[in-house]
Design a protein around this ligand. Structure first.
Ligand SMILES: [Fe+2]
Ligand SMILES: [Fe+2]
Length: 144
């Protein structure tokens, strides 16, 4: 049996201290649950209908991530954050990888939903802990 997943796992460790961005991070993790709604067995290769539904969900997650990255980069400009370019590069790479996954799904590549879900979940978690948290500290010291 695969380990059970806590799909809406927003934990205190992820809080970066900028309420608008924390809310967006939490919303993204909550939206990840929609993957399990369209593909209840996350480990099984998707049938055509499930793949179509998953493509829609992944598109919504990508749109939401874009909105979030724009908001976050705006906060970085506000305080002339020196790590902005590194963040932008990471954000753009995430969007590119997600678009590639969407293309694979559209092309009928047999892919279990867990692969998509884990990629998005783990990228977001690692990105928040590795890059967004240091920005949160910088912001709290330099905010106008
Ligand atoms: Fe970020
Ligand atoms: Fe972020």
């Amino acid at each position: 049996m695969p380990p059970s997943l806590n799909l809406a796992g927003f934990i205190k460790e992820y809080v970066i201290g900028i309420p608008e961005l924390d809310e967006q991070h939490e919303t993204f993790f909550t939206m990840l649950d929609n993957i399990a709604d369209v593909a209840p067995d996350l480990y099984k290769p998707l049938d055509d209908d499930e793949a179509d539904a998953l493509i829609d969900v992944v598109g919504e997650l990508r749109e939401y991530a874009l909105l979030h990255f724009r908001t976050e980069e705006g906060c970085m400009r506000e305080v002339e954050y020196p790590g902005l370019d590194k963040q932008k590069e990471a954000h753009n790479r995430f969007i590119t990888d997600v678009i590639r996954m969407e293309a694979d799904l559209l092309n009928g590549t047999a892919m279990p939903a867990i692969k998509v879900r884990n990629f998005m979940h783990d990228w977001y978690r690692d990105h928040i802990l590795g890059l967004d948290k240091p920005f949160g500290e910088f912001y709290s010291k330099n905010k106008p």
